[in-house]
Design a protein. Structure first.
Length: 134
């Protein structure tokens, strides 16, 4: 083998090892990117426990941004009662603000949380909320 061929093989091995390390460090975190559900979930109900991953289909009653942080708050109709959906600013709120409006029916997948004693659903990515075309 000539010197140039050995250099090419070493460079290819280095590139392969770099990709392997990157996959194991970062790839698993992004493996679910682009999925709507991102895994298993249950249908939301008043008995859903905090920390449980749930799905809900509901009408948007209102939407607004928080005064600090730029987070998006949606109020949705759940069995004739308003339920808050919290979307952190790093979850793609700009795209959701443009695509979701009051009166839209949406599918929401997120984690049940409590804020100031009230139940809410926390969404971690914009792909977890989408409009249902009717």
């Amino acid at each position: 083998m000539e010197k140039e061929e050995k250099v090419v093989i070493v460079l290819l091995l280095m590139a392969l090892s770099s990709l392997s390390v990157a996959y194991f460090c970062f790839g698993l975190e992004f493996a679910g990117a682009g999925k709507v559900s991102g895994g298993e979930f249950k249908q939301y109900s008043p008995e859903s426990e905090v920390g449980e991953r749930v799905n809900l289909e509901a009408e948007v009653l209102s939407k607004r941004f928080t005064y600090t942080g730029g987070h998006l708050l949606l109020k949705v109709d759940y069995n004739s009662k308003p339920l808050t959906v919290f979307v952190p600013s790093n979850a793609g709120v700009e795209a959701l603000d443009e695509s979701i409006n009051k009166g839209d029916f949406v599918s929401i997948t997120g984690i049940v949380t409590e804020y100031e004693g009230e139940r809410e659903i926390k969404v971690t990515d914009k792909t977890e909320i989408y409009r249902i075309d009717g």
